[in-house]
Design a protein around this ligand. Structure first.
Ligand code: SP5
Ligand code: ZN
Length: 358
């Protein structure tokens, strides 16, 4: 029903299973959470059954990550669990995951420069902007493996492969240059886009079909003309995450003026309205002359998904894939999608559409 992805390179690293956030603190209450390791195993099974060629992610140095992220963020993510554990937070205080509690907002600093917090538990809020993006023992290994998967897929496309898919977990599009949140830690799609630029693509388009606005990707490329960003998502103005960004009047700044496009949709929007949005994203990629595409591929706009009120069908995802696949070579990077029973078929449908369009 969903189509064929025979031979499609699916880039994967088993370390992506080692991130076990064990829930999210939402509105002050620790809840089960939906960004679970099973998401990845469900996707892997569905893709294997549909004939994909599962390939190992290759380890990369940190240089390609430093192209879009501050070294301080990388250092924080790579070391915070070890320091949290050494500080006795799990064993002595029952704090089994890293969770922020004080946020150095503009209001707290009152115009003073941000100085490093001395306490480990004080430091977390300087990087993590919400309480839903927890860190545990294997999180860094998974975060790094997801970035490596995106870089491996970008490398394949730079070398002439028309489509490659990185099965990234955790997802990435809410992570900005120096901060993380929204279940995202490093911005895998932005890392892939920057890698394509450094491998010879003059202009890259990031097309984001996650149900949520990719505030991190937008921020990273907001003032750049060489990487455009276009997103269709549930309207933050209607009360949805990330609440503060993702509005239609955010169009880019400086050299990036006109290279950012947001299409916010009303809750309840289904295939027709959503696909009109995807068409608008495609039109921007064409107008900007993109010679390579990164798609932030998520299926949380699906009707059955617990994290968004959009109502997209499997056929809608297939047709979105066809629109995106017609634009040029594609690096597909996994973002959200949380309904375990339907997740696999929806990602296969999207990828089959991308392949069919070539
Ligand atoms: C990558 C991605 O899709 N991140 C999603 C981030 C949005 N999370 C918002 C979570 C709001 C709380 N969810 C409560 C679900 C009902 N318990
Ligand atoms: Zn999402």
């Amino acid at each position: 029903m969903t189509g064929s992805v025979a031979g499609l390179p699916v880039i994967w690293h088993a370390d992506c299973l080692r991130h076990e956030p064990a829930g999210e603190v939402w509105l002050g209450v620790w809840e089960e959470g939906t960004e679970v390791p099973e998401r990845a195993t469900v996707l892997l099974d569905a893709l294997r059954s549909a004939g994909a060629a599962v390939t190992d992610a290759e380890p990369h140095g940190l240089d390609a990550i430093l192209a879009v992220h501050d070294g301080e963020l990388i250092e924080h993510l790579a070391t915070i669990w070890r320091r949290w554990e050494a500080g006795g937070y799990p064993a002595d205080y029952g704090r089994t995951r890293v969770v922020p509690y004080v946020f150095p907002t503009a209001g707290l600093l009152g115009g003073l420069p941000l100085r490093p917090a001395a306490a480990v538990h004080g430091e977390v809020g300087a990087f993590c902007y919400d309480t839903m993006t927890l860190i545990g023992p294997g999180s860094w290994e998974a975060i790094k493996a997801a970035a490596d998967a995106a870089l491996t897929a970008a490398g394949l496309v730079a070398a002439g492969q028309r489509v490659a898919y990185a099965l990234c977990r955790p997802p990435g599009h809410h992570a900005s240059r120096a901060s993380y949140g929204g279940s995202c830690y490093l911005n895998n799609a932005a890392i892939a886009a920057a890698a394509l630029r450094s491998c010879g693509a003059d202009r890259v388009a990031v097309i984001d079909i996650d149900a949520h606005h990719g505030n991190g990707t937008q921020a990273i490329f907001y003032d750049r003309a060489d990487v455009c960003y276009a997103s269709v998502h549930v309207d933050p103005g209607a009360g949805w995450f990330p609440h503060y960004v993702g509005h239609a009047d955010e169009r880019g700044s400086g050299e990036g003026e006109g290279a950012n496009l947001n299409v916010p949709l009303a809750p309840g929007t289904g295939d027709d309205g959503w696909l009109e949005g995807v068409s608008a994203l495609s039109a921007l990629a064409r107008r900007r002359g993109a010679d390579a595409i990164v798609v932030s591929l998520a299926v949380d706009a699906a009707a059955a998904d617990p994290e968004s009120p959009l109502q997209v069908s499997a056929d809608g995802y297939r047709r979105a894939g066809e629109l995106i696949g017609a634009l040029g070579p594609v690096v597909a990077v996994q973002e959200g999608g949380y309904d375990l029973p339907s997740l696999g078929g929806l990602v296969v449908a999207t990828l089959a559409g991308i392949l069919a369009a070539g």
